[in-house]
Write a new protein. Structure first.
Ligand code: DOR
Ligand code: ZN
Ligand code: ZN
Length: 430
């Protein structure tokens, strides 16, 4: 029997954006350490990204990842890669059990090729037939990468350069382009790591047109802004970058009114050595987020910036709905999985990189005081974290969500499709 008086019993967080680095970069993270971080953070299901080495770009690579994931403490979905050169592999990835697809519209860690608009159209058509969601790193970054290389070569470090070298217009353009292709094909899409106020407009416009589009933001874009660059140096480097305080304010507003659907972490561990660089551009992008997400967000709840109902919607319900896990996960109700985070809303802790379970022991939130911590985590009724301790024997308890995932094939939802269907039926009749 568990005494939960004075505690909150929440659905475990569902994080649709994590990088666990195995195979290929296990000095940064592996499935055991990454999923341990999830268990400690109150996250009971993760969707893991394909920019490993090799990337998850075909059925054989997906099967290798399923093998690596066998030591997971928490349940998981696996992303297949959708790139310029693997359109012929998409059906195979789906047959092998990919739960969603990731498309890098801009270059990032792992150097995966961004698909052209033509290849995106083809991929959207293939994937939309199966209803699986396509998550997009929606940013064309070639120009920015060139500019950063010039800055790095010149040894220039100024934070303002960082921001100015990454204007939000590249994200606005990419969100708009992805939404147009989704509207045309009926594909379901998800916009990863929304970092700027500017991106909210194409997202809202696409929703208003009836595109099946969702969006996430991550704690770093909510709790950090351009004034933190000087203090944090290369640790703060993340792709897309942390922007201005006015952007953070717009993102908070969007979380409250539903313009942004969910929170994810973009858990992106790198070693302290890889992060500690004198010139910011030489540091790898990103940092682990799984163990700090819930404490940071619960602190925001304690401060009245968000209600606890908002938090449950953003961390569990919305991702469960968008990725086909509803109603089995993402709520507490009869018939649902007992995927639970028991939270002590008054417990105070100080975030310390050294005590993270992730192998990437670096965080821009080092030293931050938080109020509200997950003290137990249960996955399908079994403790994977108990009293702030990992239950080591549960490595291997995690299961892929393929069996419970239900993604109905979307109906054609736009004029273009309707016209095409009509033309086809007329042709058939004639
Ligand atoms: O900061 C980031 N890190 N952004 C990405 O898009 C990739 C990620 C990683 O894999 O390190
Ligand atoms: Zn990304
Ligand atoms: Zn990412």
């Amino acid at each position: 029997r568990l005494d939960v008086s004075g505690k909150l019993v929440l659905p475990g967080a569902i994080d649709v954006h994590v990088h666990f680095r195995e195979p290929g970069y296990t000095h940064k993270e592996d499935w055991q350490t990454g999923s341990a971080a999830a268990a400690m953070g109150g996250t009971t299901t993760v969707f893991e990204m394909p920019n490993t080495n090799p990337p998850t770009r075909s059925a054989a690579e997906l099967r290798a990842k399923q093998e690596a994931a066998r030591k997971s403490h928490v349940d998981f979905g696996l992303y297949g890669l959708f790139a310029e050169d693997n359109l012929d592999e998409l059906e195979g990835l789906i047959a092998a059990g990919a739960n969603a697809f990731k498309c890098f519209m801009g270059n990032t860690f792992g150097n995966l090729p961004s698909p052209s608009t033509g290849a995106m159209l083809e991929g959207f058509e293939i994937i939309s037939r199966h209803g699986l969601r396509i998550s997009l790193h929606a940013e064309e970054a070639t120009i920015m990468a060139r500019r950063q290389e010039r800055l790095a070569a010149a040894g220039r470090n100024a934070p303002l350069d960082h921001l100015l070298s990454r204007p939000a217009i590249v994200a606005v353009e990419a969100v708009g382009r992805a939404a147009a292709l989704a509207e045309w094909t009926g594909a379901r899409i998800h916009i990863l790591h929304i970092s700027s106020a500017a991106e909210l407009r194409p997202l809202a416009e696409a929703k208003a047109r009836g595109v099946d589009i969702t969006g996430e933001t991550c704690p770093c874009y909510l709790f950090l802004n351009s004034t933190d660059y000087a203090r944090l140096g290369s640790v703060i480097r993340v792709n897309p970058p942390v922007r201005e305080a006015s952007d953070s304010a717009a993102l908070w507003h969007a979380l409250r009114n539903g313009a942004i659907d969910m929170i994810a972490t973009d858990h992106a561990p790198h070693t302290p050595e890889e992060k500690a660089q004198a010139v910011i551009w030489r540091a790898d992008c990103g940092f682990p987020g799984l163990e700090t997400q819930m404490p940071l967000m619960l602190t925001a709840v304690a401060e009245g910036r968000l209600t606890i109902e908002d938090y449950v919607r953003l961390s569990a319900e919305a991702p469960a709905c968008a990725f086909g896990l509803w109603p089995v996960k993402g709520r507490i109700a009869p018939g649902a999985h007992a995927d639970i985070a028991v939270v002590d809303p008054r417990r105070r802790e100080t975030i310390r990189a050294a005590s993270l379970h992730s192998r990437g022991k670096v965080t821009p939130f080092e030293g931050r005081e938080v109020t509200g911590v997950p003290i137990h985590t249960l996955v399908r009724g079994r403790f994977v974290q108990r009293d702030r301790r990992l239950v080591a024997e549960t490595a291997g308890w995690g299961r892929q969500v393929t069996e419970i995932q239900r993604m109905p094939t979307p109906a054609p939802r736009n004029e273009a499709l309707a016209i095409r269907a009509l033309t086809a039926s007329l042709r058939g009749a004639a």
